[in-house]
Design a protein. Structure first.
Length: 87
């Protein structure tokens, strides 16, 4: 006879905040969207670039930049900036 497998206790883990990777000081997030007034001119090793998506600007105006702004509103500590690629 084999012993029954032990059940993991997830109650403490689910009650606490989710864990995120440690970021370097001054780490930045840039949400790439064609609707941003800012043009990306350089890449930085201390920046995470979030691809906002390829959106038909005639059909879904501001869809990607609105999403970036909603993420920033929900998580102000992330201070997500926006930029567009120089095309």
């Amino acid at each position: 006879a084999t012993a029954a497998p032990e059940k993991a206790d997830h109650s403490a883990a689910s009650a606490s905040q989710p864990s995120y990777p440690k970021l370097r000081p001054n780490h930045q997030f840039v949400y790439l969207t064609g609707d941003s007034p800012n043009t990306l001119t350089t890449l930085d090793d201390n920046t995470t670039y979030i691809i906002g998506g390829i959106v038909d600007r005639n059909r879904l105006k501001r869809a990607a930049i609105d999403r970036a702004e909603s993420i920033t509103a929900a998580h102000p500590s992330l201070d997500i900036k926006t930029a567009r690629l120089p095309l």
